[in-house]
Each structure stands twice: as C-alpha cells, then as structure tokens.
Design a binder for this molecule. Structure first.
Ligand code: SF4
Ligand code: SF4
Length: 409
C-alpha cells in the first residue's frame, strides 16, 4: 500500500551534463513507507539493493533452503524483491534453490535476473536450449533481466560466434526476456567494442570505491555511460574486502562519520553513482540481509564529504599494500614457471587485513614449491596480460621478502 511516497534528491555533483540525461537512476530514489529505496527503470520500480544469489546459506554441500526461505521472506516484506542468480552460482545449485523459494510468491511480485553462461555455448542452438533449462530450474516462463554472463577477452569470441545477442533478442521479442544486458570482467578495450555492437538495456559492472580508480572501474563505467546504458553494480563491497577494514581505514571512516558502518558505507557509495539501477550484494545469512536492508530503508545518497572520505579510505587501503588482483588468472596462462600468482596475492591481501603472521606462513606453504613467489624469474611476460596493470614480478618479490623476514624472525 502506498501510504507515503516521495522523491529524495541527491546532493551529488558527480555526473556531467551528459550523464544527467541518462536513461534511469539520475539522482532520485523513490521511498515508500516500510520499503527500501527504489529507482524507476523503464516501466518498473527496482529496489536499490539486489540480492546476489552466489553466496547462499549452506548446510554441508547443500543450500540451506529453510534459511534461504527466511532470507527471501524478509527481503520480500521490505520491498527488496530483486534476485540475481546465474547458471554456475553455488556449484550450479543457485537457480534451482531460488526457483523453489520464489515459487511461493506470485511471479509478478518479484524481479528475477539470470545469465547466459558463455562458457557452455558450443553452438547457436545452445543459447535457447540453456535458456529453457534455466527457466525450468527457476520455475519461470521469463526473466526480467537477462545477461550474457561475463564477457571478457577470453569469452568475447564465443559470445560473437554463437550469435548470443541475436538469439537472446529473439527471446526478448517473444516476451521471455524483459531487459537484455551483459555482465563484464574484461578490459576497457573489449568493453568499448561490446557496447557499440548492439542495443543493450543495461550493463552489469564491478564497481566499488576501491576499484574506482585503481582497477579501471571508473573508466568502464564512463564507457557505458557514453552509450547511455544504465548500470547494475556487482561486487560493491569487493567480495567482503570492504567490510573487514583495517584499523587505519576504520579510523578514517569513524573520525569523519562516527555512525557509519563499512558495509552500509560501501553500498551507499555504489548506489550513489549516476544511472545505477541497483546494487547487488551477495548475502549469505539473515543478519547480513537485515543490516543491508536497514541501510536502504534509511537511504541517503553520499554527501560530498562522504565522497571525499571514500577517496581517502581507498588511498589508505592501497598504501597499506593491498593488491588489487581480481584472480582472473590471465597472468598464469603465460607464466613459464607456473607461479600461482593470484593465490600468492590473495593470501598476502588476507595477511594485510588479518595481520596474522602464522596464518600467512601456513597459507604460503600450501603452495607447491614451484608455485611460490620466490621462484619468479622476473621475465615480466605476465605483466602484459594483467588487466589490472599490476607490476607482478615486483609484487611477488615483495611477498617473498615478507615471508622470508617472518620465517627468519
Ligand atoms: S615475471 Fe615471474 S610470474 Fe611473471 S611470467 Fe615471469 S616468472 Fe612468471
Ligand atoms: S595478477 Fe593480474 S592477471 Fe593475474 S590474476 Fe591478478 S588480476 Fe589477473
């Protein structure tokens, strides 16, 4: 029931004039009593917080469907009715679990997003075949948002060769897909090509305040904005990395905004970009759902002061040595030695957050001898393949030196 409805105007000054005229989002959110903030997108209202269904609650190897029902019910009660699943999420169990839990509701009462797995495609016919399989698993006849999943430099040829867009466009014309888009994890160059190839309804991008400058998130965002394509944000908290902040980063947040919590701050930062439809959070328990919903029940766009704080927090994180590796593994494809580069960077990043030297050495030693950072010959072949422009041999040398110091100390 609409008892109270009004528009909140943001004080943001982020966008250029061109961005202000983009197709959705702009600066307004719709607030209805008892519901989280929403934005108008085409003919529907989309909650600003979307439920990313890739880290669902587990009981052993299976999804805990009782807990999932409770989480979904809480979302639905608060107007958080956007659910984002994919073919391979939770070892390919997510679609079936979401289909089961959502079938307790009328189809028109929730917004369901799914993705076409490019890596599964062998022929043009597979696009529709897999779409039908997904519909069956999700117990639906149509998807509201549907994407070519994970276009990047490795998948873009397959996506083109099987005419994925053309096949999905037919499904859209048949009413089986409402909005057709793509999710992206590649280089800006590939993105420039993809946005110009077809008429997309939206793009799903990895955007958060840490990646904004360092990992070219801003560049990617601006590429799609130029084409006036609305954005769905994924990884707004960088897989939890912006929740477990170091003491120095927390101090910066708290000294400027004593009441702010890291998760809410990161989600609001992402939601405050111009032309964002929704921000996805991969929530795995009811507590996370409640916290995130609370953020969007009382949603306020970021102030200029908060924007500045986010920039400062990002700078502190970077200066603390955290490595912005997305584990794409493009580097390992060309390493003649076989160094496990993403694993080395990941364990180092965790060490920087947790500051646990013993755990760092334990994890380090789970790497095979030949995979360890100290085996790097500094040939630099990997650097050319890194979409994050990391100086890999230099970073590996730093990690190896840190390990040596701890062991010798
Ligand atoms: S610089 Fe090191 S990590 Fe990179 S390709 Fe050469 S040996 Fe492998
Ligand atoms: S170091 Fe670069 S290329 Fe290698 S996994 Fe990380 S982001 Fe990818």
């Amino acid at each position: 029931m609409k008892r109270r409805e009004f528009i909140v105007n943001s004080a943001l000054t982020l966008g250029s004039a061109a961005l202000m005229t983009a197709g959705c989002g702009k600066k307004e959110v719709i607030i209805k009593e008892g519901e989280i903030a929403k934005r108008k997108f085409r003919d529907i209202e989309v909650p600003l917080l979307g439920f990313g269904c890739m880290r669902l609650p587990m009981q052993g190897d299976e999804i805990d469907t009782d807990e999932l029902d409770k989480m979904v019910d809480y979302c639905m009660e608060h107007g958080a009715n956007y659910f984002d699943t994919a073919y391979m999420y939770v070892n390919s169990q997510s679609e079936t679990a979401m289909g089961k839990t959502l079938s307790r509701y009328k189809r028109e009462d929730f917004i369901l997003a799914d993705k076409s797995p490019i890596y599964k495609m062998k022929s043009r016919e597979d696009v529709r075949k897999i779409f039908e399989e997904q519909c069956k698993k999700c117990k639906t006849e149509y998807f509201d948002f549907y994407m070519c999943h994970n276009i990047n430099q490795n998948t873009v040829d397959t996506y083109r060769n099987v005419h994925m867009y053309e096949e999905l466009l037919k499904l859209k014309e048949e009413g089986r897909i409402k909005y057709l888009g793509f999710s992206f994890h590649g280089t800006p160059q590939i993105l420039r090509e993809v946005v110009k190839e077809h008429k997309w309804d939206f793009a799903q991008l990895q955007i958060n305040y840490l990646d904004w400058d360092v990992v070219k998130a801003k560049e990617q965002y601006e590429i799609v904005q130029k084409e006036n394509i609305p954005v769905i944000v994924m990884e707004p908290l960088r897989g939890g990395g912006l929740v477990n902040l170091s003491d120095a980063v927390m101090k910066k947040l708290k000294e400027n905004h004593p009441d702010a919590a890291p998760a809410g701050f990161g989600l609001r930062w992402a939601a405050s970009r111009e032309n964002v439809i929704t921000v996805l959070s991969g929530m795995s328990n009811l507590e996370q759902i409640k916290q995130n919903i609370e953020t969007f029940m009382n949603y306020k766009p970021m102030s200029e002061e908060e924007e500045k704080t986010a920039d400062e927090m990002a700078k502190i994180i970077q200066s603390q040595g955290e490595i912005n590796c997305t584990a794409c593994k493009y580097c390992t494809e060309v390493c003649p030695v076989g160094i496990n580069i993403p694993a080395a960077f990941s364990l180092y990043n965790q060490y920087k957050v947790m500051k646990n030297k013993m755990m760092f050495t334990i994890y380090y030693e789970t790497l095979e001898e030949d995979e360890r950072p100290e085996k790097c010959t500094k040939c630099s072949l990997c650097n050319k393949n890194c979409p994050q422009s990391l100086d890999i041999p230099k970073l590996l040398a730093k990690i190896a030196a840190e390990y040596k110091t701890i062991k010798e100390g």
